[in-house]
Design a protein around this ligand. Structure first.
Ligand code: AMP
Length: 213
């Protein structure tokens, strides 16, 4: 299956996308993850993206479209894909259209996970992660047993640099100003399936299963 997951920051789309991709046996393609890897490896793309990401801005269309083109060239995408965090602007959606048309593999469904802004801000600013084993926590909703310490490996937890209050507000503002416009773009194609993301993760996952059935 060929899918896109779209939703505001901290809508839970990353968590859900990983589960759904594993269930469907298709690659989970997250431009956010790929950009964070590029930043960590200090590649030319990573060096360009670093400051923009920390401030909660959007990396240029040219860079992310390039990343997706490279990823789509890998053979595993022939069996399908789940895009998480791409496209984030109408020009990116148009570029994706051209690419999938060329491959003869059009997008079949866009899962739009809707969550109110106030919930997103609370989720984002409380989010913490383990830099060693990648376990995820939230100071209020999924607190570690010992404050600021990973339950699994005992490493000190960190906050993503773009999870501060200021960067969270900027990311939400960017979502409404630029990314939300891709929903009507895909509504016109008749492929949008909306789910309410302001619920327990298992309930949201079940809902996604229902809209994709
Ligand atoms: P995410 O992990 O999806 O929340 O993405 C983290 C950050 O990576 C975003 O706030 C952007 O700075 C950048 N990013 C990820 N995907 C894109 C994209 N498709 N277009 C522009 N910037 C992106």
């Amino acid at each position: 299956m060929r899918l896109i997951f779209v939703g505001p920051p901290a809508s839970g789309k990353g968590t859900q996308a990983k589960k759904v991709a594993a269930r469907l046996g298709v690659p989970h393609i997250s431009t956010g993850d790929m950009l964070r890897e590029a930043v960590a490896a200090q590649t030319p793309v990573g060096r360009k993206a670093d400051a923009v990401m920390k401030a909660g801005g959007l990396v240029s269309d040219e860079i992310v479209i390039g990343i997706i083109e490279e990823r789509f060239a890998k053979p595993d995408c022939r069996k399908g894909f789940l895009l998480d965090g791409f496209p984030r602007t109408v020009p990116q959606a148009e570029a994706l259209d051209r690419l999938t048309e060329k491959m003869g593999l059009p997008v079949q469904a866009v899962v739009h996970i809707d969550v109110p802004d106030a919930v997103c801000v609370e989720r984002i600013t409380g989010r913490r992660g383990c830099p060693k084993c990648n376990a995820g926590y939230h100071v209020k909703f999924i607190p570690p047993k010992k404050p600021d310490t990973c339950d699994v490996c005992g490493t000190a937890l960190v906050q993503r640099p773009d999870d501060t209050v200021e960067a969270a507000r900027k990311r939400l503002q960017k979502y409404h100003a630029e990314t939300a416009a891709i929903v009507p773009f895909y509504v016109k194609k008749g492929v949008v399936r909306r789910v309410q993301g302001d619920a327990a993760p298992e309930a949201v996952l079940a809902d996604i299963g229902r809209v994709l059935a």
